[in-house]
Design a protein around this ligand. Structure first.
Ligand SMILES: N[C@@H](CCC(=O)N[C@@H](CS)C(=O)NCC(=O)O)C(=O)O
Length: 226
């Protein structure tokens, strides 16, 4: 089965699928929208099921959109799906709750600058702290390393991404939650995760002029080829 994940120059909704594929040895290609479609986003957008990316293309034919659907498909592909319906529902609830952190956290870190960045950061603080407290409580409720057991699944990769990204918004937020810090450390200690985090494009100049450093060249974040 061939898998192509299509996205843009952003550190956002492709992170969790990429981490899951790296950590669970799922072969894949990661392509920018303009590489895959050979056209500008404005022309591609109307042809995509929900007019947004990421999208996972399976065997050059089936297109899976919506990041949660992509993650759940990859989870099942990796043989990670939880059989017990109660545990599966719990894991799904955590995945959805983590993904709700996407907005406004991810756009702010990837795109907001100057006073706009500062005001967005301050406005979302209370919401982030409340959701971080929820996630921390879910982790503390069992004796396992992660939310259900000691296996990192979609819920864990999505949570990792948003918590990790929050450090670029305000590194003090996460430091109020030692259980979440421990979770991040456990995830970072997974050998393939370490490799992925070291190799991925660095996101620089957050809040000033955000750029991703791809193959040594700093590119402004966005949906356009540069
Ligand atoms: N609910 C969607 C949200 C996808 C989304 O917001 N994608 C943004 C990039 S992060 C996008 O495609 N932006 C370009 C556009 O809307 O034209 C998901 O989880 O996949």
């Amino acid at each position: 089965m061939s898998l192509k994940l299509i996205y843009f120059k952003m550190r956002a909704l492709a992170e969790a699928p990429l981490m899951l594929m790296h950590c669970h040895n799922i072969e894949h290609e990661y392509l920018m929208s303009w590489e895959h479609f050979e056209d500008v986003w404005a022309k591609v957008k109307p042809k995509i099921a929900f007019r947004q990316l990421p999208m996972l293309e399976v065997d050059n034919s089936t297109q899976i959109c919506q990041s949660i659907a992509i993650l759940q498909f990859l989870e099942s592909r990796a043989g990670l799906a939880i059989e017990d319906p109660i545990q599966a529902a719990k894991s799904s609830a955590i995945l959805q709750s983590a993904q709700e952190l996407f907005f406004p956290l991810n756009p702010a870190v990837n795109f907001a600058v100057g006073d706009n960045f500062i005001s967005k950061r301050d406005e979302m603080r209370e919401m982030l702290i409340a959701r971080f407290a929820d996630l921390s409580r879910c982790l503390s409720e069992n004796d396992a390393r992660y939310f259900c057991d000691d296996i990192p699944r979609a819920a864990e990769f999505a949570t990792f991404h948003h918590l990790d990204l929050s450090k670029l918004l305000d590194p003090t937020l996460i430091s109020e939650f030692p259980r979440l810090e421990m979770f991040l450390a456990d995830m970072q200690a997974i050998p393939q995760m370490k490799d992925y985090l070291l190799a991925r494009p660095e996101l620089i100049e957050v809040g000033i002029a955000p750029k991703l450093v791809i193959n040594g060249i700093a590119h402004p974040t966005g949906t356009q080829q540069t």
